[in-house]
Design a binder for this molecule. Structure first.
Ligand code: URP
Ligand code: ZN
Ligand code: ZN
Ligand code: ZN
Length: 468
């Protein structure tokens, strides 16, 4: 079996920092040994490849638990395919994604899942699993949930927003939660009161307020907080854990914190766009705000302090990207004159590790918390612990060699996502991914892509391991 040794770096996991050398055999991490130790010297002599990580961090590959590749929304599809999106993920140090398969209304979950397997299979640069979006809660789809959990699709997203599209009412949500309590499937919630939002959106457009910034204004903070509160209460009634996706409002963080203070199994995710961007971006001129239209929406920058605090206090446990890119030209432009027609979603799969490193540099989080939020906890949350999210004997050899002192400027001119703008154009970042291994194979080699489409494997997942 081919041996690789990563030598000279600072190994960082969620739990510790070690000046250690990492021995990889085939696809797995076999052992760690103290830097310069005799045993590590022996490994280096017998290795097919020694990767020098002097002055660099050695991290587990990132786990992005929230992506939408080739995702249908608003009459179009997100611009990254599984091929382009997972390659961009690799460039950014993310070696596992969990994407959302979609049930079409009137069709079985199975049909949606099969369609997502067909999109992904043979095309991915990194390993991938699926959550399932329940667009309709019926006796049939509830029953299908059991089978999906058995085969490794162990989480289900429900929507309190988007009436007529993905929306479920409280009774449907409760029934899905009861099923999740029974079969171990984790319920993921898009928590916004979509019925009220649609009223406010219609009123805004009727009054001539059609610009992108009104997307942010009608999707009121109170309506995220209310839905978050309601989802928590429904999960208590059902007796199931709850994972709230893309939390953006301070008031929603407060709802999660209050629930967690009661000891409830309630979890929250936020995304880099809520930490680094704000409602001001939605107000950029010449329809430029459309680039930042996503839901939940970007908030006034005052909300960011609560999100950072939540990430430090563990009231929020995960940072995912909610990568859902639409090109400005031809896609975001569908909503000129009516913000309701702007496809919702932003690009970000490539920059999560870098933006969170910037958060380390700026003192928001520690290095270990960076790895925890971006690698270890998403792996545990989504049933991939042991294999993904850490560097330990037996784990998949998904490794990122990170240069913490490099300087880079984010730009659409240099990113690898298949989208014609960057939400972070011109933003300076300290730190950069240098080399990436996926199951022991080098797929980014000091700034060169050396992998190929089809390297990534499907990951059937265990049920949520966070409470184990
Ligand atoms: O705006 C977003 N977030 N688009 C993707 C779909 C979703 O709600 O996560
Ligand atoms: Zn059908
Ligand atoms: Zn959502
Ligand atoms: Zn999403």
């Amino acid at each position: 079996m081919s041996r690789t040794v990563i030598s000279g770096g600072l190994v960082i996991t969620a739990n510790e920092e070690l000046e250690a050398e990492v021995l990889i055999e085939g696809e797995r991490v076999v052992a760690l040994a103290a830097r310069g130790s005799e045993v590590a010297g022996g490994w280096r002599e017998g290795a097919a490849r020694v990767i020098d990580a002097t002055d660099r961090y050695v991290l587990p590959g990132g786990v992005d638990g929230h992506t939408h590749l080739d995702f249908p929304f608003g009459g179009t599809f997100s611009a990254d395919t599984f091929e382009t999106g997972t390659r961009a993920a690799a460039w950014g140090g993310t070696t596992t994604i969990v994407d959302f398969a979609v049930q079409s209304r009137g069709h079985a979950l199975r049909e949606g899942l099969d369609a997502w397997h067909a999109k992904a299979e043979g095309n991915c640069a990194v390993d991938y699993g699926f959550h399932m979006i329940l667009s309709e809660v019926t006796d049939g789809t509830l029953k299908e949930m059991d089978g999906l959990v058995e085969e490794g699709v162990t989480s289900f997203k429900l929507f309190m927003a988007y009436p007529g599209v993905f929306y479920s009412d409280d009774g449907q949500i409760l029934r899905a939660m009861q099923r999740g309590a029974d079969n171990g499937g984790l319920i993921m919630m898009h928590a916004e009161n979509g019925i009220a939002i649609d009223v406010l959106a219609e009123q805004a457009v009727a009054a001539g307020r059609t610009d992108p910034r009104y997307h942010g204004e009608v999707r009121r903070v109170l309506l995220e907080a209310e839905a978050t509160h309601r989802a928590i209460q429904l999960s208590r009634v059902a007796g199931c854990p709850l994972y709230v996706v893309h939390v953006s409002a301070a008031e929603a963080v407060a709802e999660l914190a209050a629930a967690r203070d009661l000891g409830l199994p309630v979890f929250g995710e936020t995304c880099p766009q809520y930490l680094f961007l704000s409602l001001d971006n939605l107000a950029e001129p010449d329809f430029g705000g459309a680039k930042y239209v996503c839901s939940t929406p970007l908030r006034p920058s005052e909300h960011q302090a609560s999100l950072w605090r939540g990430l430090r206090t563990n009231d929020l446990q995960v940072v995912s990207t909610d990568h859902c890119p639409f090109c400005f030209t031809g896609q975001k432009e569908l909503g000129r004159g009516d913000f309701r027609k702007i496809p919702n979603g932003m690009p970000g799969i490539e920059h999560r590790m870098d933006l969170l490193h910037q958060a380390v540099v700026e003192g928001h989080i520690s290095r270990r918390r960076w790895v925890d939020l971006a690698c270890a906890t998403p792996a545990r949350m989504f049933g991939l612990a042991g294999r993904k999210g850490t560097l330990a004997p037996g784990a998949d050899a998904d490794v990122v060699i990170y240069d913490p002192r490099a300087e880079q400027v984010l730009s659409a001119d240099t990113h690898h996502m298949n989208v014609d703008y960057s939400a972070y154009e011109g933003k300076r970042i300290t730190g950069a991914v240098r080399t990436v291994l996926s199951r022991g194979r080098v797929i980014i080699d000091d700034g060169r892509y050396t992998g190929s489409a089809g390297d990534g494997r499907y990951l059937p997942r265990a049920t949520c391991q966070y409470l184990d």
